[in-house]
Design a protein around this ligand. Structure first.
Ligand code: MN
Length: 375
């Protein structure tokens, strides 16, 4: 864990993280997970996700390590405040309050609870991010739960947590949550798509190599430093397409996209992306109506990228996504990852982001059901 967060560690942080770990270990010492493992494995894994996969700093890591102690052990919020501080106590209080939102009730009551939960979480966006890390680890270890519980947790994940991750720009986590949820809610369909993806992989790899070769040559010729590769669509997205468009697996033309990630920094980023776009469309003919410029106007969740669809070999339409290393980190890990690019204090930036998320969540809604639908 300490290794995973070394980039954000400041003086004294190591000791605080160790202290949080020791307290959590002691508090959970008589508990085990459903899998039989000592309970501490769970908060430790959640903290690791926060550090490695979301890019959060020391306060969040401490709170992740202690996220279940108030709910499940004798420690109280007052203990946390005394041992760590007000900030940590507030976040853990938020995390404790939002568990148990899904107790059986009518759907509009549940919807109202959701809204409250989202507002509670948005007081400090770290509450949401830690909650997402918690959910991700629970989904990764869903195997050892009873079937009924698996379905319940997987459904909640699809209904709330995956859209939440999407809204916050945590694409890698969103995709993993969706895939894991589908695996439990539609096991037969999941397996079927997984098998078909495996079977068609060699053919796809061959095509991608053919597609990439001339691009590589051109970009290298122009002195660009970059990484180019094919990214398959997720099993969840494939299933979605089959269901909503009424097509078969074989009929899906965009089973993968090509991603070009360029080494470019500062005020050169935008120009370089457009230069690469220009070079790509010198090689392959673009579809004029399929150009998306998320660089000039990034998405609300922070996503920046240039998308185009071009005519590849054998007359196949292929989507090409062009972005810089920084943009790619934000696209995969969400805005939190961006903090790593700034050294020293980034509190101001964090506050701006928190405010933005709060504005989204506090946008007026007539009733809770509608709010959720919109959400
Ligand atoms: Mn937990």
């Amino acid at each position: 864990l300490l290794k995973a967060c070394r980039r954000t560690l400041e003086k004294g942080d190591k000791l605080l993280i160790r202290k949080a770990f020791d307290i959590s270990l002691e508090a959970h010492k008589n508990m085990r997970r459903k899998s039989g493992e000592p309970y501490i494995y769970h908060p430790l894994a959640v903290a690791h996700i926060c550090a490695e996969e979301i890019g959060l700093g020391t306060t969040s890591i401490i709170c992740a390590l202690l996220h279940d102690v108030v709910e499940d052990t004798e420690l109280t919020i007052e203990d946390i405040e005394r041992l760590f501080g007000q900030k940590e106590a507030k976040i853990i209080d938020g995390l404790t309050k939002i568990s148990g939102v899904f107790i059986e009730q009518g759907s509009s009551q549940q919807a109202e609870n959701f809204r409250k939960m989202l507002l509670t979480m948005s007081e400090d966006v770290r509450v949401i991010l830690i909650k997402l890390a918690d959910r991700l680890h629970n989904m990764r270890t869903l195997e050892s739960m009873k079937h009924e519980k698996q379905i319940k947790i997987a459904s909640e994940t699809l209904y709330l947590y995956a859209p939440l991750a999407h809204r916050l720009g945590l694409n890698a986590i969103k995709t993993e949550l969706e895939n894991l949820a589908l695996k439990y809610t539609e096991p037969v369909i999941y397996k079927e798509i997984e098998t078909k993806l495996k079977e068609t992989e060699p053919e796809r790899k061959k095509y991608i190599a053919k597609f990439i070769a001339p691009l590589k040559e051109t970009l290298e010729g122009q002195g660009f430093r970059f990484n180019v590769f094919g990214r398959p669509k997720s099993i969840y997205s494939i299933n979605n397409k089959i269901k909503t468009k009424g097509v078969t697996f074989e009929e899906i033309y965009d089973l993968f996209a090509i991603r070009i990630i360029i080494d470019s920094y500062g005020d050169k980023e935008k120009t370089d992306c457009w230069k690469v776009y220009s070079l790509v469309t010198d090689v392959y003919y673009p579809s004029p109506e399929r150009l998306r410029d998320w660089i000039s106007t990034p998405k609300a969740n922070g996503y920046e990228s240039l998308h185009t669809t071009v005519m590849g070999p054998d007359g196949k339409w292929v989507e090409v996504q062009i972005r810089t290393t920084r943009m790619d980190e934000i696209a995969e890990k969400g805005y939190a990852a961006h903090w790593k690019y700034k050294d020293g204090s980034n509190e101001g930036q964090l506050d701006d982001w928190l405010k933005k998320i709060r504005d989204i969540l506090e946008s007026p809604a007539e009733n809770a059901m509608e709010f959720l639908d919109n959400f």
